[in-house]
Write a protein that binds this ligand. Structure first.
Ligand SMILES: Nc1ncnc2c1ncn2[C@@H]1O[C@H](COP(=O)(O)OP(=O)(O)OP(=O)(O)O)[C@@H](O)[C@H]1O
Length: 924
């Protein structure tokens, strides 16, 4: 089963350590469809995206039983220095007035220049000839922030020609580019415009393949409704048909102007022609910083790393190429909710689709049909899709990919705040091999220099192809305050200017339980608020987001699950009730504010208890070398002859056995696949334990004509008349993939031959190479995981240090007032992003306690029947549950969470010493 993530996007649960995690909800079951198999029965192979099925057993086998059918440049950023007005809350003398009612642009553009037509018809664009490449990781110049209103992010406002701090120089004219084409006769314009014309001529019909809810569909409905209204007023005067004619003519004109703009770009992709297309497609007057450069790079077939602030308009940088390039633009996105949002935001002339594991088979089949038909131009997928051979095969067989867009590209790097093992699969070599794609566009709003290095290296993006603007917009006013009672202080803040006037507000909390508590508190105090977190039903989350976007709810109190990709323009304030885990997370979250270019107020409440709690949580993914060693022994079946074998690792039991989170096991398995040596090949995840009943034909007779059934009979245990077996074991014995066996079982089920249930979700893999030295490999992997753990701790400390600096040090050293905290925080943030993950940060943790060893000793004596590792003891003392020592059991001890203020490693060392002591005493 593919596992598209729809979580908070973090290994760490958005639940306080004391609360046990709820199991994930299963999607509703769909009626089974006949699937193909490599076995005796012969049906045509169809790609399947649902390989596991759970069904209730039918009646057991009876001879007479009947089968039952089943179902660019970093803008100089100038600190905002506004005369703040005193707030009723002593600490927050915010300014009430917005500087202007005019929308403020996010960044300024620059003049666009053109090279002669045909420049690229003889040679590939050579940017090096036009602009001087400089090192991409050079520190950026000191930012300046200006709160001056600008006109729609363009230089037309008369802004100065700013220097790009990176490679794509703002002062250098960019050449037109020759479009990347597969073949000379590629009729891609026609293809796009088929889709486009359909959009404009079939009113109210589906546009994007996820379009039952798409805005275009809704727009059409609205249009129809308004037409009905008009009808009642104007019918007699015969105006209705006139209006309709007029609209038709408008659409035709628009369509023609886009068509003309597209062919102009195809003749010559110059700044002018691209601006014309921008205007025709979106109605925007000019490109924002970095956009035209990125589009040109992509059109020239050059892989590009694009780092622009939140809300700067990164999506447009793949949408325009998608219209111009011949094949499909594949957008890899980390969250299903994000994909849906992006799909909805596609302009009408771009037909989009998405594939996610939360879709039903019919929906997925319809999307695949559209891909094969060539109608889909932009396809959104999760990175997990790249493990699915059926998915990849459609691109080698029928459709081709012109461009792969890696959205939230920082997830590729283990040094980012949001590393996803599934993103490791997005290597340039792999994408080239599987999709035959040359051009990759990686986009992010938040990446440190270290993160950028690793993303660009994985995606093989040359350092000359980095387009980077300051990762912070200049219309966010930032402030921090220390709070002893955050609830009360937050209410005060909400009831005072400028928060009182803010139209829409997002409050970010760390834990799900906090969101409910706060939204209730707000509601009790006459502030319309709703909570939002990943533990809620998807439909409730969608509803809340819709109500918020329609201004029916003023405040959303959310965990990190809310907001990624949210493009509500008028969010006037973002409040952090809890400290974010990193500056990246902080920048992403405040980035939801002020997307209309107007000033947005971002306040952070700092409290030490949250910091300590988060600091403990940063250690919840850590593992010890001996656990990794044990894990490797199981993965490779402790057998040097297991090469080529298909194996599985049951998630739940494995996780308990090695005391490792499932996500950590997946990280290790992915490293074993994609590291320097390929030890294994990961297969789609499956439920591996199958309990089966025969119904129509006797098992023996069926086995006579079905090799899979024969193998099942050989490898099963019979329990209460049912056949219980391990799917990979049976698959191994007949040399097929576990997913093929699953599909075959489903076919037999549809024919009424069998019913079965599957359980035990597991990681499946094929062994490619057995490591020769388990010890050194486990040492290497542990070191790597430890570095990741340390990096997370460092990121939290950097966030905390910056907040403390702005609130405290900055005030005393530089005499800043609250309004000027913006410049202090901005400086810290920009330094952080330009640095290399080794800035000095505040160390607030204690490193010893006179009672620590004594407490550990008492704890061990009281639990002498249980085996502990130093890490397990430290986790208990820090109040973090783990698979083998769950909080449901261990939070009952009064040592639970007692030492959160002492550094985790110091507690581990003390625990190690006490354990050694104990062993010494026990020794004869
Ligand atoms: N050149 C432009 N002129 C005016 N508006 C623009 C321009 N380019 C993009 N926009 C608008 O800016 C808004 C934000 O764009 P988009 O969602 O692509 O931002 P983003 O960079 O992906 O942000 P995030 O990283 O926060 O998701 C959208 O409403 C988009 O239509």
């Amino acid at each position: 089963m593919d596992s598209d993530s729809d979580s908070d996007g973090s290994h760490i649960s958005a639940t306080p350590p004391r609360e046990p995690l709820l199991p994930p909800r299963r999607p509703p079951q769909r009626p089974p469809k006949p699937l193909t198999s490599p076995f005796k029965s012969t049906t045509k192979i169809k790609p399947s995206f649902h390989s596991d099925t759970i069904s209730k057993p039918n009646k057991p086998y009876s001879k007479h039983a009947k089968p039952e059918p089943e179902p660019g440049p970093k803008p100089k950023v100038k600190p905002i220095q506004q005369p703040g007005l005193a707030s009723p809350l002593g600490n927050f003398p915010f300014q009430i007035r917005r500087p202007s009612d005019q929308p403020q642009p996010i960044c300024t553009g620059r003049s666009l220049e053109t090279l002669p037509a045909g420049f690229f018809s003889t040679h590939r664009p050579s940017f090096s000839k036009i602009q001087k490449p400089s090192l991409s990781f050079e520190p950026l110049t000191t930012p300046e922030i200006t709160a001056e209103p600008k006109i729609n992010g363009s230089d037309s406002s008369g802004s100065t020609n700013k220097k790009f701090p990176n490679l794509i120089r703002g002062d250098a004219p960019l050449p037109p580019v020759k479009l990347q084409r597969r073949s000379e006769e590629g009729n891609f314009v026609k293809l796009n415009f088929n889709g486009y014309k359909r959009k404009f001529t079939t009113k109210g019909k589906k546009t994007n393949s996820y379009s039952s809810k798409s805005k275009y569909f809704k727009r059409s409905k609205r249009r129809v409704k308004s037409e009905v209204d008009m009808e009642s007023i104007c019918d007699e005067e015969g105006l209705v048909s006139e209006i309709k004619q007029q609209r038709k003519a408008e659409k035709k004109t628009r369509c023609e102007s886009i068509e003309a703009a597209v062919s102009a770009v195809q003749n010559e992709a110059s700044d002018d022609t691209l601006v014309r297309l921008l205007k025709a497609m979106y109605g925007y007057e000019s490109f924002r910083n970095g956009q035209v450069e990125a589009i040109k790079m992509v059109l020239a077939g050059k892989s590009t790393m694009l780092v622009l602030p939140t809300g700067a308009g990164k999506s447009l940088c793949y949408q325009i190429p998608a219209v111009l390039l011949p094949g499909i633009t594949l957008v890899v996105s980390p969250l299903v909710a994000l994909m849906i949002d992006q799909l909805k935001q596609l302009p009408p002339m771009i037909r989009g689709g998405l594939l996610s594991s939360s879709q039903g088979p019919e929906e997925a089949a319809e999307t695949l049909r559209l891909i094969q038909e060539g109608s889909i131009k932009v396809l959104f997928v999760s990175p997990e899709r790249f493990m699915n051979a059926d998915f990849l095969s459609i691109f080698s067989a029928t459709a081709f990919v012109s461009l792969v867009v890696v959205d939230e590209a920082h997830c590729v790097s283990e040094w980012s705040h949001n590393f996803r093992p599934s993103y490791m699969r997005l290597r340039a070599s792999l994408l080239r091999a599987k999709l035959n794609v040359e051009c990759i566009l990686a986009m992010t709003a938040t990446a440190t220099t270290t993160t950028l290095h690793s993303v660009m290296s994985a995606l093989e993006i040359p350092s000359t192809n980095l387009i980077q603007n300051a990762q912070l917009r200049d219309n966010l006013q930032l402030s921090v305050s220390l709070s002893g009672n955050r609830m009360k202080d937050m209410l005060k803040l909400m009831k005072s200017s400028p928060f009182l006037e803010a139209q829409s507000i997002i409050v970010y909390c760390k834990f799900q339980s906090e969101t409910d508590l706060i939204s209730r508190y707000f509601s009790d105090n006459n502030i319309s608020a709703k909570s939002y977190h990943s533990g809620m039903l998807a439909r409730d989350r969608i509803r809340i987001q819709e109500l918020f976007c329609a201004n029916k709810i003023r405040v959303v109190v959310a965990t990190v699950a809310f907001g990624m990709g949210l493009d509500k323009r008028d969010v006037g304030a973002v409040i952090h009730y809890s400290l974010p885990e990193s500056l990246e997370e902080y920048v992403q979250e405040i980035g939801r504010g002020g997307r209309d270019g107007r000033l947005s107020y971002c306040h952070l409440f700092l409290d030490d208890m949250t910091y300590y709690k988060l600091r403990s949580l940063m250690h919840s993914d850590g593992v010890d070398e001996f656990a990794v060693n044990k894990f490797l022994c199981q993965v490779f079946a402790d057998d040097t002859n297991s090469r080529g074998k298909v194996c599985s690792l049951v998630k739940e039991s494995g996780s308990r056995k090695f005391d490792m989170k499932e996500e950590v096991m997946l990280t290790l398995l992915t490293h074993l696949e994609l590291g320097e040596t390929q030890y294994l090949h990961l297969l789609p995840q499956l439920n591996v334990t199958c309990t089966l009943n025969f119904h129509k034909t006797s098992p023996i007779s069926l086995a006579d004509r079905d090799t899979a059934v024969a193998a099942i009979l050989k490898k099963s245990e019979i329990k209460q008349g049912q056949y219980v077996f391990d799917i990979p074991t049976v698959a191994n014995s007949i040399g097929v993939a576990p997913s093929d066996l699953s599909n075959h079982l489903q076919n037999l089920k549809v024919k009424g031959e069998i019913t079965y249930e599957v359980k035990d979700p597991a990681y499946c893999y094929k062994i490619v190479e057995v490591p020769s030295d388990f010890c050194s490999l486990s040492a290497l992997l542990t070191r790597w995981l430890l570095d990741i753990e340390n990096c997370k701790v460092w990121k939290l400390d950097a966030m905390y240090s910056s907040a403390v600096f702005a609130m405290d040090t900055c005030e005393t050293t530089h005499g800043c007032d609250v309004a000027q905290q913006t410049s202090c925080l901005q400086k810290k943030i920009l330094d952080y992003f330009e640095g290399d993950n080794n800035h000095d940060v505040l160390d607030k943790m204690g490193h010893n306690s006179p009672f620590l060893r004594a407490d550990i000793k008492v704890f061990l004596q009281g639990n002498s029947h249980t085996k502990f590792t130093p890490r397990a003891i430290a986790r208990i003392m820090h109040g973090i549950g783990s698979p083998a020592y769950p909080s449901s059991t261990w939070s009952k001890t009064h040592f639970w969470g007692r030492y959160t203020q002492i550094d985790f490693r110091a507690v581990m060392n003390a625990a190690k010493a006490e354990l050694m002591n104990l062993v010494g005493k026990d020794a004869p």
